[in-house]
Design a binder for this molecule. Structure first.
Ligand code: SIN
Length: 343
């Protein structure tokens, strides 16, 4: 894994904000055989210096230093890389020489990485993730403008204290709320129910609402080298208990269930999850629906079976929070429910 940091070469010491751009791969660094190809390409092959060189206007908004943290398709994101990335971001932001961080990332797991950083970055300085739906070689590639806009957001005073942000397609989203909602559309990133935080266009940044829930410096979470095993199962017609039983046998510490509707669970799966709780496994009820929240449903099954309700987090973000809460020593449904009601 390459974790070098270099100057972009276009960063004079001119009083502009000092922004570190950390590249991890993704379609924004993707390359196809020809410019009309937007689906058959290799992600994560174009280096950060070439990404920056494609956006000469960056030198008008920031002094940029570049770091190549990884070169992957984000479907292959690993927990060890999350540790490396979060530690790198925290180290950079602790320096008086850095005013903000931009991370280029694949779109596929961006919402998970963004939420992880939202809960573990220990700074009020801006951290902004960006991505692209089209590879860098495509006609009308969206990466260069997304990268410029992300640096503009990271360089803006208004972005301080807003938690980790995602800047794509001219919109600014909170890491907590943003999800990928399309396999191909340029406006794939949305914040269902709550909407974007604001917008960025032509060098101007405007926030229209602020983040309500605790994040970054206001969480008890720190990034560690080890991660408790937490997996996701889904409830659907005819589902069996086989997956849950196998996970318990494998020693997982937590299971998130992507339930139907308001996190409801097929009876056979629910019995398996109740058995898992009785063996010390934390169970969180989220929903596979894609928007809305999952409320505690009172006596059954939450109180009776010891389940936790995911509130407004989707299953993937619920897994991130559950891993961090378990790693921080959180145990039992009451303590874990407080985490889901807080973050
Ligand atoms: C990836 O997530 O790395 C590939 C897909 C993308 O970035 O759009």
């Amino acid at each position: 894994m390459n974790t070098s940091t270099s100057s972009s070469g276009a960063a004079p010491s001119n009083g502009l904000p000092r922004i570190a751009v950390l590249a991890t791969g993704g379609t924004i660094a993707g390359s196809a055989a020809d410019a009309t190809n937007t689906a058959g390409y290799q992600a994560g092959v174009v280096g950060v210096d070439r990404l920056l060189a494609a956006v000469p206007a960056l030198s008008d908004v920031a002094q940029v230093q570049a770091g190549q943290v990884a070169s992957i398709d984000s479907k292959d994101m690993a927990l060890t890389l999350w540790t490396t990335l979060a530690q790198r971001v925290n180290t950079l932001l602790a320096s008086d020489d850095i005013d903000g961080v931009v991370i280029t990332h694949g779109t596929d797991t961006l919402e998970e990485t963004a939420y992880l950083l939202h809960l573990t970055v220990k700074s009020t300085k801006p951290v902004v993730l960006t991505a692209a739906m089209r590879p860098s070689t495509a006609l009308s590639a969206d990466g260069p403008l997304n990268l410029l806009n992300a640096v503009v957001v990271a360089a803006s005073a208004a972005a301080h204290g807003q938690g980790v942000l995602v800047a794509v397609n001219n919109r600014i989203h909170s890491a907590r709320d943003v999800v990928k909602t399309s396999t191909f559309a340029l406006d794939a990133f949305q914040s269902p129910e709550v909407g974007a935080l604001g917008w960025v266009q032509d060098g101007r940044v405007e926030f229209q609402r602020s983040v309500v829930r605790a994040h970054t410096v206001a969480t008890e979470f720190v990034i560690g080298a080890t991660w408790p095993g937490v997996d996701i199962v889904t409830s659907y017609a005819g589902v069996s208990r086989v997956a849950v039983d196998a996970l318990v046998m494998a020693g997982v510490r937590g299971i998130v269930v992507a339930g139907t509707g308001n996190g409801s669970i097929h009876t056979s799966l629910q019995q398996a999850l109740a058995d898992a709780v009785s063996q010390g496994v934390a169970v969180v009820r989220a929903s596979r629906v894609g928007s809305g929240h999952v409320m505690r449903n009172g006596a059954a099954p939450d109180d009776t079976l010891g389940f936790v309700a995911a509130n407004g987090l989707n299953p993937y973000k619920s897994r991130v929070l559950l891993m961090l809460a378990l790693a921080a020593g959180g145990a039992g449904p009451v303590v874990l429910q407080r985490a889901f009601d807080t973050y």
